[in-house]
Every structure is written in structure tokens, then in C-alpha cells.
Design a protein around this ligand. Structure first.
Ligand code: IMP
Ligand code: MG
Length: 181
């Protein structure tokens, strides 16, 4: 059975995602000239976005990964952010760009930004592919925002439901019957 059968509607096509990564990468390339750029990515949802975005950043830069969890296998945030894997690198003097898949309630990123800030980087900004502004619980905005999406549970292009659908090449709305089962 095809994964596509569980998708109610395609929100963002492969072509739209590709074009957005090119546009965001070009802007980041402009903004980070002469800086010491470190892309910090939160596993696992943002890996597909990172992989596409970084190839449009025409600058020397490093990447590093963190694992945090604020979600169980459900679709609602628990509000609890746990660091499962920390960064390998020292942040002092680096220009940090946190690369995330989606800014939803903002709880995860708010916590993360505060934590990384305390390690004395030269600067810290946030790039998110998706933004659900209606869902925000904390005062936080991304410096580079890809697309605004409606308050629906979306999957694909790295985003999962219960660890599935990350490998869909597009972003779509999951059929509610898939998670209400
Ligand atoms: P926040 O702390 O509520 O902003 O949660 C952000 C995290 O929740 C993201 O990194 C995603 O892993 C997950 N998330 C939020 N909304 C969705 C969605 O619609 N689909 C899949 N994952 C989501
Ligand atoms: Mg995630």
C-alpha cells in the first residue's frame, strides 16, 4: 500500500519546497558573509530540510545535531523538553543558526534558544521551514521562515507521525482517521 493513501491533501509540493530552500539559502549566504556559521539541527524532523537548505548556502559552515523531545508519538506537545543528545561543539564565538522543521507552540525552540544562548555564541538565529502561528504559546519568531501552514497535523519531508511519513517527498495533511485510530 502506498503512503500517499494516508494523505488528505498535499500542502507543499516537491517543487515548492525546492524553490523555498534555494531562496532561503541565498538569503543566509548574504547575511552570513565573514561570519563563523554553525547550523544546529534538531533531529530528526529537520534533517531533510537541512540537507536541502545547506546545499544552497555558499559559505564555509559547520553542522551539528541535537536530539530533543517534546512530543511523544501523538500530535499534541507535552510542554516538556528533554535533551536526549547534546551538541559536540563549543559555541563560543560561533554564529548559530538553528534549523528546525516547524515552529508550532514554540516551546521547544524557546527552550533551545535559551540554552544555546547561555553558551556564549557570537549570535543566534532561527530558520524554520514551516510556521503555525495560530498555535504559538510562547513569544518567539523565526528569523528565516519558509511557509505558514494552517493548524493541521502535517507530515512528510522529514516530519513524522509516530515515526512514519518522513520519507514522503512533499508535505501533506494526514487523514484524521490515521491518528484517531
Ligand atoms: P513546538 O515545541 O510545539 O513548537 O514543537 C515543535 C516540534 O513538534 C517540531 O519540531 C515537530 O517535531 C513537532 N510538530 C509540530 N507540529 C507538527 C506537525 O504538524 N507534524 C509533525 N510534527 C509536528
Ligand atoms: Mg521535530
Amino acid at each position: 500500500m502506498s503512503l500517499n493513501n494516508d494523505i488528505l491533501k498535499v500542502l507543499l509540493t516537491e517543487e515548492e519546497l525546492k524553490a523555498k530552500c534555494a531562496e532561503m539559502g541565498a538569503q543566509i549566504t548574504k547575511d552570513y558573509q565573514g561570519k563563523n556559521l554553525l547550523l544546529v539541527t534538531v533531529l530528526k524532523g529537520a534533517v531533510v530540510y537541512l540537507a536541502d537548505l545547506m546545499r544552497h548556502i555558499d559559505l564555509p559552515c559547520a553542522i551539528d545535531f541535537m536530539v530533543v523531545s517534546s512530543y511523544g508519538s501523538g500530535t499534541e506537545t507535552s510542554g516538556v523538553v528533554k535533551i536526549v543528545k547534546d551538541l559536540d561543539q563549543d559555541l563560543a564565538g560561533k554564529d548559530i543558526l538553528i534549523v528546525e522543521d516547524i515552529l508550532d507552540t514554540g516551546v521547544t525552540l524557546h527552550y533551545l534558544k535559551g540554552l544555546l544562548q547561555s553558551r556564549n555564541p557570537a549570535s543566534i538565529r532561527i530558520a524554520t521551514l514551516l510556521d503555525k502561528p495560530e498555535r504559538r504559546k510562547v513569544d518567539l519568531q523565526s528569523d528565516y521562515a519558509g511557509f505558514q501552514v494552517p493548524d493541521e497535523f502535517v507530515v512528510g519531508y522529514g516530519l513524522d507521525y509516530a515515526e512514519k511519513y518522513r520519507n514522503l517527498p512533499y508535505i501533506g495533511i494526514l487523514k484524521p482517521e490515521v491518528y484517531s485510530k
